[in-house]
Write a protein of this length. Structure first.
Length: 103
């Protein structure tokens, strides 16, 4: 009778060991799959970052072009109707000395 008990214990230990090995293998496979998925995510995000950096550079160039003095003058003249300054248009304010009071 003792043999049957030892045989049952051996079978239980073997099954437990097999289950532990299978669980370890499953964890290892899950870890590898997750690492690969994260690598793909990193590559996708790096490509997205590169595209956004290129877009920022293009927008900075467009901003510089729009803010150039020649472009600002053209917009002021054509769209806003500004004209060249004529003599007598600019009035200099009177210099204020130390003793003069402000209104």
């Amino acid at each position: 009778m003792k043999r049957k008990k030892n045989r049952g214990k051996g079978l239980a230990i073997s099954l437990t060991a097999a289950v532990v090995v299978v669980l370890i293998l499953l964890f290892y496979i899950w870890h590898q799959v997750e690492s690969i998925r994260l690598g793909y995510d990193v590559n996708r995000l790096e490509a997205q970052l590169q595209a956004l950096q290129e877009e920022i550079a293009a927008l900075e160039a467009e901003k510089a072009e729009l803010l150039s003095p020649e472009n600002v003058e053209m917009i002021a003249r054509k769209k806003l109707g500004f004209t060249q300054i004529r003599d007598g248009q600019i009035v200099e304010p009177a210099p204020q000395g130390r003793g003069t009071k402000r209104p």
